[in-house]
Design a protein around this ligand. Structure first.
Ligand code: BTN
Length: 240
């Protein structure tokens, strides 16, 4: 597998798109020490301080169709949560769709982007930010963000974490390609953050309120609304 390293870059996500357009192979990884314009989901920025985290994007050239795109991001969260649990023996949870939480704060985020048509994805970029070494965060992030070091006391080794993640990802990815999300959705539910809590789900045009129940085998989030009815959602952002 090819790993392309930068000491500083605007966004590994942007670089990975460039490379993918130019035909680099499936599995290429772009990684950096610092991002000056780290991108988060829904147009947000991602704080990517020098040497304080793992900021990386990798390219997949999947054989499956577009509708599995949600599932691959959920699958990636399962792999990442499992990796973190194994290495640091703590309860890492997944806030749907794909934020990793520990002790009620976000320690990692995943951004999936793709390029292709309805029935065939040309390429997919999975961007992962993991806060490893921060001991303080800017005022606006303090209450919501944390790092592995802050929560576990370990001083993580970035290389070790990256190696473990990709070893696990490769193993499980062949299973995902063969069997889909089914073998992983129970693990996802075991790690689902906020089960039984009442939330607001913000979508582009509407907002739903309800209690988090689980995800189904497609990866849709099931909420129970106040009238007892179930709502199945495909996208949106959870607020507690
Ligand atoms: C989110 O939770 O909003 C997703 C955050 C994704 C951040 C990573 S860091 C590496 C890659 N490059 C980017 O610009 N963003 C992703």
């Amino acid at each position: 597998k090819e790993i392309i390293y930068f000491s500083e870059v605007d966004s590994t996500q942007r670089v990975a798109h460039e490379l993918a357009k130019n035909g680099v192979p499936h599995g290429t990884v772009v990684i950096t020490d610092e991002q000056t314009e780290g991108k988060g989901r829904l147009g947000r920025t991602w704080f990517s301080e020098k040497g304080k985290g793992i900021w990386m994007s990798f390219i997949l050239r999947p054989s499956f169709a577009y509708h599995q795109a949600l599932q691959i991001t959920l699958f990636t969260s399962v792999v990442l949560a499992n990796t973190l649990k194994k290495l640091y023996q703590r309860n890492f949870l997944i806030k749907w769709p794909n934020d990793i939480y520990i002790n009620g704060k976000k320690v990692s985020g995943i951004l999936t982007e793709m390029h292709g048509e309805q029935d065939q994805i040309h390429y997919m970029i999975i961007g992962i930010g993991i806060n490893t070494h921060q001991i303080t965060f800017p005022e606006n992030l303090k209450e919501i963000a944390t790092s592995i070091q802050q929560e576990t006391g370990y001083i993580p080794k970035r290389i070790e974490l990256i190696q473990h993640f990709f070893t696990e990802f490769e193993q499980d990815y062949s299973r995902f390609e063969g069997e889909g999300f089914m073998p992983f959705y129970k693990q996802y539910n075991d790690a689902l953050y906020g089960k039984g809590r009442r939330i607001q789900l913000k979508q582009v045009n509407q907002q739903i309120e309800g209690t988090i129940m689980c995800i189904d085998s497609n990866g849709y989030l099931i909420l129970q609304e106040d009238d007892g009815k179930e709502a199945k959602v495909v996208s949106g952002d959870i607020f507690f």
